[in-house]
Design a protein around this ligand. Structure first.
Ligand SMILES: Cc1cc2nc3c(=O)[nH]c(=O)nc-3n(C[C@H](O)[C@H](O)[C@H](O)COP(=O)(O)O)c2cc1C
Length: 371
């Protein structure tokens, strides 16, 4: 998950599923915590981990009942003696700052792992140490229950920036933030899922994403090079201006996608692909293998197809107005309810190709003979 996504989707989570967390997952969260900055790198934090159900039950004595239902509760403590003796009075706030930063890192990491948590300030401070035999030099600053959220939580409102911030002196120019390019290289990620995510200008290179699912993903101007996307499913994906090079898309399914103006160059394998309600207007496809594909309700107006294998494919409701198909194999392809106004077919193999059930090669022969 991108950092921005983790920041945006983190929610204080107070209801959890039964799913337990492994030690590896707990360590992953803790590690994110200890990577936080700390005053003079003194790392004034200490974490007690309540994964044991019987121990968590004891929490009910000091805080709200729902907290002990989380699969893991961290007791986030600080050992503030060292800091205060080093920095004196001004160091008093440092342990609180150190632990707060660690907790935010832990919450973001948890979000990244599909988990959620909540910083808890409301608990009986004076009973906690005794209850869990925590030495007095460790002062608890928070409880931090973490687990898998039971349901999706809507975001809480934030005050507008203008209410909580102001410039002192001159303001900088307005400017704009350039979207960061998402890059995925040399990865083996079969069955990966991408959903509700913006990946404009993404670069996929030497990646195995077979059987991957793309749902509501902005992949406009994405570049795919040397990539295996066989069996991948795309729905509601925006792939405007995408570029495909040496891509295997065999058996891929495209539903309600915008692929207009995309370019499929060199060896794009899309055998048995399924395109349904896909906008491919003005797309350029060169040297693509699309045999035995099914294209339904596809917009291909103005598209340029060169050296395409569409043999034995089924095309219905395809708008090919003004399109140009050259040096392509349409052997046995079936076109139904398609629109070909101003379209051109040049140097193509059309043997066995039918348009609304009519064998085109035979019809042309019959027409020539009549002439
Ligand atoms: C210092 C601190 C103490 C908090 N204490 C509690 C608490 O005792 N109980 C609770 O349910 N939530 C607690 N929260 C969570 C806040 O209610 C929550 O962060 C806030 O409502 C914003 O919601 P969000 O985190 O989902 O954006 C605390 C948060 C902070 C930062």
């Amino acid at each position: 998950m991108e950092l921005q996504n983790a920041i945006e989707s983190r929610r204080s989570t107070r209801e959890f599923t039964e799913r337990k967390l492994t030690k590896a997952e707990i360590n992953e969260i803790l590690r994110a915590g200890i990577l936080a900055p700390s005053a003079c790198n003194m790392q004034s934090w200490y974490f007690y981990i309540l994964a044991d159900e019987a121990e968590r039950e004891k929490l009910k004595e000091v805080c709200a009942d729902w907290i002990s239902a989380a699969p893991v509760v961290f007791i986030v403590c600080t050992d503030d003696n060292g800091i205060v003796s080093r920095f004196g009075e001004r160091g008093r706030k440092f342990p609180m700052q150190d632990t707060s930063l660690a907790m935010e890192n832990m919450l973001l990491k948890a979000t990244d792992m599909g988990l959620g948590g909540c910083i808890i300030g409301a608990y009986k401070q004076d009973r906690l140490n005794e209850l869990f035999n925590i030495p007095n030099e460790h002062t608890a600053v928070s409880l931090l229950p973490i687990g898998e959220p039971k349901e999706k939580i809507p975001p809480r409102d934030r005050k507008p920036l203008g209410d909580v911030s102001s410039y002192i002196g001159e303001e900088p120019e307005e400017g704009e933030i350039k979207p960061k390019q998402f890059e995925l290289k040399h990865a083996y990620l079969p069955n990966a899922e991408f959903s509700d995510i913006g990946l404009p200008n993404a670069l996929f290179d030497d990646v195995n994403l077979s059987e991957a699912k793309f749902n509501n993903v902005d992949l406009s101007k994405a570049e795919y090079g040397d990539i295996n996307l066989s069996g991948a499913k795309y729905s509601a994906a925006n792939m405007t201006g995408a570029e495909f090079k040496c891509v295997e898309l065999n058996g891929a399914k495209f539903g309600c996608c915008e692929i207009c103006e995309s370019e499929g160059k060199y060896c794009v394998e899309m055998k048995e692909a399924l395109f349904d309600s896909v906008d491919m207007n003005a797309a350029k496809l060169n040297h693509c293998r699309l045999e035995s594909s099914v294209l339904t309700d596809v917009k291909m107006a103005g598209a340029k197809l060169y050296d395409i294998d569409l043999d034995e494919s089924d095309l219905s409701g395809v708008n090919m107005v003004g399109s140009r198909v050259q040096c392509s194999n349409l052997y046995g392809a079936s076109f139904k309810n398609c629109c070909f106004a101003n379209a051109s077919l040049e140097s193509c193999d059309i043997e066995g190709m039918t348009v609304d059930g009519v064998n085109v090669a035979e019809a042309i022969e019959a027409f020539k003979a009549k002439k």
